[in-house]
Design a protein. Structure first.
Length: 63
């Protein structure tokens, strides 16, 4: 994961932190929730998206 991706995940966590704190009273749950957000964000950032023509080729195979 690149430094840019890490900064984006940090920004995502900063945006969610006030909502998390208002809904949860236990710090351990807050940490767990933040870890899950990081895991899911990393998973989404690491997914490879097909190019336009790759997508069209695969779509035509299905049709």
């Amino acid at each position: 994961m690149s430094l840019h991706d890490e900064k984006e995940i940090e920004k995502l966590l900063e945006n969610f932190t006030p909502m998390i704190k208002s809904k949860l009273e236990r710090e351990d749950l807050e940490q767990e929730l933040k870890m899950k957000i990081c895991e899911k964000a990393e998973m989404l950032l690491c997914q490879e998206v097909p190019g336009f023509w790759e997508f069209i080729t695969e779509l035509l195979k299905v049709l």
